[in-house]
Design a protein around this ligand. Structure first.
Ligand code: HEM
Length: 151
């Protein structure tokens, strides 16, 4: 059903925090929860990309790829506050498709990982971001995909 081995080029892999910046315009003068005053017409933006890498929020290892930071001592996934992990925004206008998106990503990952093994084409390549409205990988991520035995 699947080819045994294919070379694949992921050019637009959305990374962790898709959106670099999410801006809003104030409709009226207001005071933010931390006491900061904003005026009608002001633009207020939060930056999921930057927030996802801030030591103040995530600790000294903020920039390390460390999936286990999401697990408790028993290996059970622990949700973070959406005000801390802001990829889907938070509050009353939080992304309506969040659960759907997670479900889709889990199913997609489970199916792919069941059938295939993914290896970097070049283990030593330095991978950089290409900063746009969405976060792309500069030059893409070249991987080799091998069919798992028995699948
Ligand atoms: C990983 C995938 C996704 C990410 C990172 C994401 C992120 C976001 C963010 C940050 C917002 C807030 C935008 C703003 O108000 O400034 C938002 C809103 C929204 N998203 Fe998503 N989203 C994702 C997938 C989806 C999917 C799959 C759906 C629908 C099936 C969806 C439906 C919506 C809707 C309807 C809103 C507007 C909610 C409102 O304004 O009340 N999203 N999303």
């Amino acid at each position: 059903m699947f080819p045994n081995r294919i070379n694949f080029h992921i050019s637009k892999l959305p990374l962790n925090l898709f959106c670099l910046q999410d801006a809003k315009i104030c409709f009226a003068d207001d005071t933010l929860p931390d006491g900061f005053n904003v005026s009608k017409g002001d633009m207020v933006a939060y930056q999921p990309y930057a927030m996802g890498r801030m030591k103040l929020i995530w600790g000294d290892d903020a920039e390390e790829f460390k999936p286990e930071r999401w697990l408790d001592e028993n290996g059970i996934f622990q949700k973070e506050s959406p005000f801390k992990f802001t990829a889907f925004q938070a509050g009353p206008r939080i992304c309506l498709g969040k659960e759907f998106a997670y479900r889709q990503m889990k199913i997609f990952s489970a199916v792919l990982l069941h059938f295939f093994e993914f290896k970097l084409s070049n283990e030593k390549a330095i991978i950089n971001y290409r900063t746009m409205i969405n976060l792309h990988m500069d030059g893409g991520l070249h991987v080799r995909i091998l069919q798992r035995r028995g699948s």
